[in-house]
Design a protein around this ligand. Structure first.
Ligand SMILES: C[S@@+](CC[C@H](N)C(=O)[O-])C[C@H]1O[C@@H](n2cnc3c(N)ncnc32)[C@H](O)[C@@H]1O
Length: 388
């Protein structure tokens, strides 16, 4: 069904932008006003949520829980990193998803070439999607992500869209990303058309505002959020992040909901400084301790219900030689620190080493099937273990 028909019953419109709210260029100059403010096309209902491959189930569950779509999200055909959903009247709650990399307004346009996107209704629909994005989070300029985005067709489309929306087109530095990609082939012999995706927000959701210190080897925040969801968020949990580095797992757990206690442990003073800065930027608090997290006595008599860790994996912190001992000792110390019924969630790239450590910890920890994630050329796994 063409999008124009699907959108016949769309949700509430974004508020019309007052003149003083108009987006400005990077120089601070007021942007041009929309060419046509009247008779705007309806706000698009369809969203595409992108994520790191492997996290699809966790992202699906979070989308359902947070956004309550009338029908469950479904995979985007041919993709392992995106879900689509129809959500009439969506609002800025979409920006609160923690396991997603980004959320886009999604349009399908039945044209054979991108050059036709500039014409009539198509441009108006794309402009409506950009306005809907700006209504939930401002951006100063937009750019295209598309094959051939430097071509004259895209230059023309950029100029037309800038004029329609009143937002500068900055091909090399626009914050607001507009992706244009081939549509999914439908019936054999028919043209697949084009998908246009307008990101919500000037940055991906995965770029956390709380990350004030970029610590080498820091965990991806969407993976950290997935670890937290896999373990379950329980307000009475006493939480410890062993080998906490700059505190990504700890911050994501604290932002997910209240805890009874929160601790971070690392050997390196620089790591704890980074964690302290990130916790403060996130507006959350935890006790940080400089200690060897493979020492069962590292936190005295304290016991924990949720233990989170991403041990070093040999390139930035630690060494490949140390890895087997480190993983084995981590599971041993974690068992000592764990209260009855505790969960331990470990993110590691050292899969063979971890599998061996889990087998050796039989009787202490019971492991669920690990979740394999694809992140920037690495394939770490998330292990959820329950204390025996
Ligand atoms: C992969 S980094 C953790 C990154 C962290 N999740 C973040 O987001 O910044 C591993 C951390 O383990 C710490 N570490 C290594 N061996 C340790 C040990 N025996 N006890 C405590 N911390 C250790 C390192 O100092 C490093 O900060």
């Amino acid at each position: 069904m063409p999008d124009s028909r699907r959108r016949a019953t769309s949700g509430p419109q974004p508020p019309h932008r007052r003149r003083t709210d108009a987006p400005t260029g990077r120089t601070g100059a007021p942007a041009r006003r929309p060419a046509r403010a009247a008779a705007r096309p309806p706000r698009p209902d369809r969203l595409e949520v992108t994520f790191l491959p492997g996290l699809g189930d966790v992202v699906h569950d979070e989308v359902v829980e947070v956004l309550h779509p009338p029908r469950p999200p479904r995979p985007v055909p041919g993709r392992d990193d995106a879900l689509e959903l129809d959500l009439p009247g969506w609002d800025d709650r979409v920006l609160t998803l923690r396991t997603a990399v980004a959320v886009f307004v999604s349009l399908h346009v039945d044209v054979p070439r991108p050059r036709s996107l500039v014409s009539g209704d198509h441009l108006a629909r794309i402009a409506a999607a950009v306005r809907a994005s700006l209504a939930v989070a401002p951006s100063r300029a937009f750019r295209f992500e598309a094959a051939g985005s430097g071509s004259p067709d895209f230059t023309r489309l950029g100029a037309a869209l800038a004029s329609a929306v009143g937002l500068p087109y900055a091909p090399d530095g626009g914050e607001l990303v507009v992706k244009v990609r081939r549509g999914t082939a439908g019936r054999p012999g028919t043209d697949p058309g084009w998908d246009v995706l307008v990101r919500l927000g000037p940055r991906p959701l995965s770029a956390r505002p709380w990350r004030s210190v970029d610590y080498p080897g820091a965990a991806n925040a969407t993976i950290a959020a997935a670890m937290v969801r896999l373990a379950g968020v329980r307000p009475r949990d006493r939480v410890v992040n062993l080998m906490c580095g700059s505190g990504t797992l700890l911050v994501e757990r604290l932002l997910a909901g209240p805890t009874a206690a929160a601790h971070g442990v690392d050997l390196a003073a620089a790591a704890l400084d980074a964690a302290r800065a990130n916790l403060a930027a996130a507006g959350v608090a935890a006790t940080l301790t400089r200690a060897d997290a493979t020492d069962p006595a590292c936190l005295g008599d304290e016991r924990f219900d949720l233990l989170l860790a991403d041990p070093p994996w040999g390139t930035l912190h630690g060494s490949h030689t140390d890895s087997p001992r480190l993983h084995t000792d981590l599971l041993g110390a974690a068992h000592h620190l764990a209260a009855p019924g505790a969960r331990l969630v470990v993110l590691t790239h050292a899969v063979t080493v971890m599998e061996r450590a889990v087998r050796a910890a039989d009787g202490q920890w019971r492991a669920e099937t690990p979740v394999r994630v694809f992140a920037k050329g690495h394939h770490p796994r998330i292990y959820l273990l329950r204390r025996c």
